[in-house]
Design a protein around this ligand. Structure first.
Ligand code: SF4
Length: 594
């Protein structure tokens, strides 16, 4: 083990900030993180043992006990469930003779659920040893099972099993722009750095990761900080269920994303960029490394970029390890520093005190992609599209009940009804805009618009038709938040579990009007008292469906009589035992109301 770890540590330059990279390599090799490895890493990296253990426990793709040599995870997004995922998972368990959540006795295979894998346009999907298995069906599971039983190495599996398709149905303002490597960097230097920042300002571009913070303001604030070095981070951790447009951008337009990072570096005075790539996109890692190398070879990364004396900048890709919360900028920075991804207390914001406590710009993949074209075409070109508060266009990942799930690009201000018509959605019951943390709208609200000032979205657009049960959707989303809560603060850690239990009670037909009141109270506590955005939005699925379809909740209550939350008489059994009484007077009967 020592020799193996020495190699892994050397590849990571013995840097504690690369702890996740090191642990991912250990996990891939030993199928878990052995105690001995933790001891050696503690010594070699000179970091507390507790920090390593905390990291192993925090990330869902790291394990303290061995997983199967073939580790299969089924994506548990609502759209996967709508495409028969539950029945396929049972079929896989039966075929592979392993229970869900367990490792087979011979340790050949393990099977479990995982949060959305970013393949909602080609579900039901899964991962095997971290690599994607899109469009699963029974024949594919038969093939996979046979390959596993024969212990065929993954490298020899048919390539089509892993084939991720990028279906681009509607390219718009940005996706149709011609581009050659270096165009945006040349335009930036020809115009001047201050002048290019002024163009980004004029464009009124707002961050595409969800929060909608003005990009130029973020860059300017970072640039004027006295502290150095400054960092550029590309947030490629799109974990919101239903989102996959960053996958497509990195798969097909990576040069334009890296170029956006590079011009940001020129403007803020940074020499180091990091891409935080979500663990589920492992299949993109090697491809992106090659693109980076190609850019170095072309003089677009490295020293004196495109002949600009003193402009040095390079980009490193760091992988996540399965934690939705790491999409939050400060949690991502913690993760990049080799720690559990627990969101920081703000202020200060990351532009002032970010990666390694230095000024840092964290922007989404799509934001950097947009800045590349703004640098080339100018701010007015971008600002002329969309609405005054939401300029430019937005990429949408459309999934669910529609004929054409895939990628679409729309000017802000587009009506939801137009988008539904384009993607072939019929008999719509509702649309989840912005994923579980976003907004559910009913079919009575389809004339609303895609815009920060109306319906904002980081990219997820899930369509549900009238055959769907709204409670299946809310239940899936609420379970998702309970699972992904990082556990740091009580309102979210406890509150998301209470929401799940209270909602299940109502869905199971045991809810009363009092339970609905209690559910609303918990929603408000979680929303108002949580530490970060995850908790602040965890109640959105309940609150927005309640606002859209209150009659369905009322109907659910009508069907049920009152059912106590626990059995009071049974709870008193100990008291009866102690007093040695079991006569009728020592029993309680609970009132049942209709
Ligand atoms: S709100 Fe939830 S995810 Fe955010 S810090 Fe608190 S427990 Fe963690």
């Amino acid at each position: 083990m020592k020799t193996f770890l020495e190699t892994v540590l050397a590849e990571a330059d013995y840097q504690p900030v690369r702890l996740l990279k090191i642990l991912r390599a250990v996990q891939a090799h030993y199928r878990h993180i052995p105690e001995t490895a933790i001891d050696i890493l503690t010594d070699k990296l000179n970091i507390p043992r507790t920090q390593i253990i905390a990291v192993v426990e925090f990330y869902s793709f790291l394990h303290s006990t061995p997983q199967g040599r073939y580790d299969i995870l089924f994506s548990d997004s609502i759209t996967d469930r709508m495409q028969n995922k539950e029945s396929l998972l049972s079929y896989a368990a039966e075929t592979l003779k392993v229970k869900v959540g367990e490792v087979r006795k011979d340790e050949l295979v393990s099977l479990n659920n995982t949060s959305c894998t970013g393949m909602c346009d080609q579900g039901p999907a899964g991962l095997i040893n971290g690599y994607p298995l899109p469009r699963l069906d029974r024949p594919k599971i038969d093939t996979i099972a046979a390959l596993i039983e024969q212990e065929t190495p993954l490298i020899d599996w048919p390539a089509e099993l892993f084939q991720v398709e990028e279906t681009l149905y509607k390219p718009g303002l940005l996706l149709t722009q011609p581009f050659s490597n270096g165009d945006a960097i040349k335009a930036t230097f020809n115009r001047g750095l201050t002048e290019t920042l002024a163009e980004v300002d004029l464009s009124n571009l707002r961050g595409r990761g969800g929060a909608g913070f003005k990009t130029a303001l973020k860059w300017r604030t970072c640039a004027v900080q006295a502290a150095t070095p400054r960092y550029v981070i590309c947030n490629a951790d799109e974990g919101e269920p239903g989102t996959f447009k960053d996958r497509m951008l990195l798969n097909l337009y990576a040069d334009q994303v890296f170029e956006g990072m590079t011009l940001c570096a020129a403007i803020i005075g940074s020499t180091q960029g990091l891409v935080y790539l979500r663990a589920e996109y492992l299949f993109l890692y090697e491809k992106l490394q090659k693109i980076l190398q190609n850019r170095r070879d072309q003089g677009l990364l490295g020293s004196n970029i495109l002949g600009q004396a003193g402009f040095d900048f390079d980009i490193e890709i760091r992988m996540g390890a399965g934690a939705y919360i790491c999409g939050e900028a400060s949690a991502q920075i913690e993760s990049l520093e080799g720690k559990p991804g627990i969101p920081r207390t703000k202020p200060p914001n990351s532009v002032i005190c970010g990666y390694l406590r230095k000024p840092t710009v964290v922007d989404n993949v799509e934001t950097f992609f947009a800045t590349t074209h703004i640098a080339i075409k100018g701010g007015q070109w971008f600002a002329d599209v969309g609405t005054p508060q939401s300029t430019g266009s937005k990429l949408l990942s459309i999934s669910g009940d529609c004929a054409r799930p895939g990628i679409y690009e729309y000017p802000f201000g587009t009506r939801i009804s137009e988008i539904l018509s384009d993607c072939g959605a019929e008999e719509v019951m509702g649309v989840q805009i912005g994923g579980p943390s976003g907004t559910f709208i009913s079919n009575r609200e389809l004339e609303r618009t895609l815009a920060f000032e109306d319906l904002s979205s980081a990219g997820s657009f899930m369509v549900f038709n009238k055959t769907r049960n709204i409670f299946d959707i809310v239940q899936n989303f609420t379970e998702f938040f309970a699972h992904e809560s990082c556990g740091f603060c009580a309102p979210c850690r406890v509150g998301t579990s209470l929401l799940k239990n209270q909602l299940n009670k109502i869905i199971d037909g045991h809810g009363s009007a009092v339970d609905m009141e209690k559910l609303s109270e918990i929603c408000l506590i979680v929303k108002n008292f949580s530490h970060c955005g995850l908790g602040e939005t965890a109640a959105n699925p309940i609150l927005t469906t309640l606002a859209s379809y209150p009659e369905l909740y009322v109907e659910q209550l009508k069907r049920s009589g009152f059912s106590p939350g626990f059995n009071l008489d049974a709870t008193l059994a100990i008291a009866r035992h102690l007093t040695q009484r079991d006569d009728s007077g020592a029993h309680l009967s609970q009132q049942v109301e209709n």
